[in-house]
Design a protein around this ligand. Sequence first.
Ligand code: PLP
Length: 371
Amino acid sequence: MAANVRTYRERLGPRTAVWAVVKADAYGHGAVPVARAALRAGAEGLAVALAEEGVALREAGVEAPILVLGASWGRQPEWIARYGLEAAVTDLGTAERLAAAGAATGRAVRIHIKVDTGMGRVGFLWDGPVVEQVGRVLRLPGLVPAGLMTHLAQADEADPAPTRRQWERFLDVVEALRRAGIEFPRVHAANSAAGWRFPGMGADLVRLGIALYGLSPGVDGPPLRPAMTVRSAVVQVKRVGPGFAVGYGATYRTPGPTTLATIPMGYADGLRRGLSNRGAVVLHGRRAPIVGRVSMDQIVVAAPAGVDVAPGDPVVILGSEGEAAVTAEDWARWLDTIPYEVVTGISARVPRVYRVAGRLVEAGEVPAALG
Ligand SMILES: *Cc1c(COP(=O)(O)O)cnc(C)c1O
């Protein structure tokens, strides 16, 4: 992950900061250790989806700026104020709730105004009365303007035209606000894909998500190193003849003499059921197909011909070994989804172990000094 941050920093140059997006437990990688590693590699700030995620980072001792990307409701505005998080202001209601929380706690909230330039999700519409709306937000007490942002919907697609259109709309808003005397310390739009493909759109900071984890942000992607490897081991081996049924529903029958290996991972671990009779693992440096249905806690694979497999043998579920690999991109293709969903789906039951300075450590042992 550190190498991936450095790859982007070199591309973007010194005037564009990297903020590491660590929402959804850092896309399944573990928010606290990832945040520390990214900050150490030169990221200046962090972004999360929910106030709760920011609170967890603060509780772990992370002091860097943390931007909450979504709208804030319920107790979230209070947590944002109390824990010194920065917050996207997506609409007037969120601004009012944050201002009230700022007043109640006596701690002004740093806000990033979010403009919807074509994502259609949250934010003030670029073609609405945005100057008047932002003016109203900034007249509320207890809010400090920290940023102006938008989010690009198609930066990962081959056709750059929709992204350029969104960027133009965003620049129009920036300009209209400036004419009204409203400026922000930071202007930002780019995710991983835009940060690489359209360096001009990097603006003051790039919100680096998927590329931090070494997964391709779409066409013309940078050279990245996947951060996550998922490992397991064989727990039982069976040598069976033809016609042997495997798993719930007996959806697979061996075509001939086969060596079957059982692995204790299933859909409760994020090894999705859609991989039944479709996915593969890496066993002894070769791909071994998943046969039969994926169960909640186990799968069965067919050992490739000539592979001598025994209980206890290591298995790579996601990653590479020797010449063979199974990547999050492979899963995404097999499951008709995107690598984001693959890695965020690896469940909490799978223990995370981190390589820090060449040493493998548990999450709790990742040195706090990294942050
Ligand atoms: C998740 C998210 C990002 C990161 O996107 P990647 O494609 O993972 O780089 C950036 N900005 C916002 C608003 C997001 O929600």
